[in-house]
Ligand binder design. Structure first.
Ligand code: ATP
Length: 354
């Protein structure tokens, strides 16, 4: 039996996480997968009920789970107080979720800029430029005086090597092409170290074609010929920016799922998008990214726990989601549909099969 956490997050999280759970429960039922679901408090509601956006009870409970669904976090609206922290960098760090796997897939009829896009960006998750997670204590941004701000970027051999390995392994399961993205022409030491670690692994993966692209060129090539990429691996901030750009190619942020993984213990399903406060409560959020992130988690758990039922369950979710995306009446408005969160979710449920 797998133990899976349900953490709504904020704003549209209260709409799209329940959609993902209802579909996962139905798929699990069809494929005889037993799941112990554990709803846990996080975010603005947890601040009200537990006095903290990441309550210690939630942290303790997560340690006992196989994985969890984390809804988007609206931390920008949190009050400025010590117990109103942004939980997701803490979770990524605490559980050593160093690889953020973000696929981009085009579907017909939904307003993609290109057909036949099928790529995955593997973004380093725990170091780089992100000052909320690249230090043990203190903050990697500081302002010595009112004129000057310094931001520090952390690149380590271990951090680079392990995310590169995760990307090589993913490429091996896909079309066997890995592109590492950097700017070692300027960041000779930081990007240089990342590049060295990517190249060092190549002899272990002779079946994977390895090449590299400078990050600014990558931004352009993603727009012009995204079909020429399979798996892309890069450092934290480049990956964050490129994955939003990639989402823009295939219908926007509602189409951008993600899975945070690490050393093999747990997986966290977390869509790329934020909590979209502008559309929260209207029932129009696109649940695809959250549902697909959840599907990725079950596929990953199926392989890592040798649970064939979970793999079949993930395949069923994938077929049903693809079918529902083709239904203009059901899918949401952001992807040229006439439906809403509920109709899209119902269409996926209707299409679920053994
Ligand atoms: P963060 O910095 O927390 O990632 P963000 O600044 O990227 O947040 P989002 O909350 O992701 O902002 O929203 C950006 C835009 O995308 C908003 O207009 C929002 O409504 C839209 N959007 C995001 N997610 C979805 C979704 N699931 N369905 C439809 N629209 C969405």
């Amino acid at each position: 039996m797998m133990k899976i956490g349900i953490l709504h997050g904020d704003d549209i999280g209260h709409e799209i996480v329940p959609a993902a759970v209802v579909i996962a429960k139905a798929a699990a039922g069809l494929h005889d997968v037993t799941i112990d679901w554990r709803p846990l408090s996080i975010g603005a509601t947890a601040l009200q009920t537990h006095g903290h956006t990441l309550p210690p009870e939630t942290m303790e409970a997560l340690k006992t789970l196989d994985g969890w669904i984390l809804g988007p976090i609206g931390h920008r609206a949190y009050p400025k107080q010590p117990n109103a922290v942004n939980p997701h960098p803490i979770l990524r760090k605490q559980f050593n979720l160093f690889a953020n796997v973000r696929p981009t897939q085009s579907y017909p009829g939904i307003g993609c800029l290109h057909d036949n896009v099928d790529l995955v960006i593997v973004r380093e998750n725990n170091e780089g430029f992100q000052p909320d997670r690249n230090m043990l204590l203190g903050n990697a941004e500081f302002r010595p005086n009112d004129e000057v701000t310094l931001s520090m970027r952390v690149i380590t051999r271990t951090g680079s090597s392990r995310v590169a390995r995760a990307a090589f392994e993913l490429a091996r399961q896909r079309r066997k092409h890995l592109t590492y993205v950097h700017k070692d022409t300027v960041f000779k030491l930081g990007c240089g170290m990342f590049v060295e670690e990517c190249r060092k692994l190549a002899p272990e993966f002779p079946d994977v074609l390895l090449d590299d692209v400078i990050v600014d060129t990558m931004a352009m090539r993603l727009v012009r010929d995204p079909q020429s990429f399979d798996v892309i691996v890069t450092t934290n901030m480049f990956g964050d920016i490129l994955s939003d750009e990639a989402a823009g190619l295939v219908g926007g942020l509602g189409m951008a799922p993600g899975l945070c993984i690490g050393d093999g213990d747990v997986a966290m399903a977390q869509a790329t998008h934020g909590s979209a406060p502008d559309i929260a409560g209207k029932g129009i959020a696109n649940p695809y990214a959250m549902i697909e992130s959840t599907r990725m988690m079950f596929e990953w758990l199926g392989h890592s726990r040798a649970n064939a039922g979970a793999v079949r369950m993930a395949q069923a979710m994938s077929r049903a989601t693809t079918a529902a995306l083709a239904d203009e009446q059901a899918r949401t408005g952001d992807i040229r549909g006439k439906g809403n969160t509920a109709t899209f979710t119902q269409a996926i449920l209707r299409n679920l099969s053994k």
